[in-house]
Design a protein around this ligand. Structure first.
Ligand SMILES: [Zn+2]
Length: 86
């Protein structure tokens, strides 16, 4: 048995590939097969939507992590070429 199915994916296979599909890490051919399955399979479609929004949420979280205010202020001060007197 080969790992990559040659015809239509079943749900297990589609879900197994879903993460890589969403991160666009699949070959175009394989991605197309996952897409084809998702389009005709309701449960997998809703699952893929869930996964997609979860991934987006994670990305958003990573991006929204900022420096604590204190070090931000220090960086700003350093940028202006002066050190805090405290
Ligand atoms: Zn399915």
């Amino acid at each position: 048995m080969t790992k990559v199915p040659s015809t239509v994916l079943d749900c297990d296979e589609a879900l197994e590939l879903l993460h890589e599909y969403l991160k666009q890490q699949l070959t175009p051919e394989l991605a197309e097969r996952v897409r084809a399955h998702i389009e005709m399979c309701r449960p997998c479609l809703s699952h893929s939507r869930f996964e997609a929004s979860y991934l987006r949420m994670l990305e958003h979280k990573l991006k929204s992590i900022t420096c604590p205010p204190e070090s931000r202020e220090r960086i700003l001060t350093a940028l202006h070429g002066e050190l805090p007197l405290s």
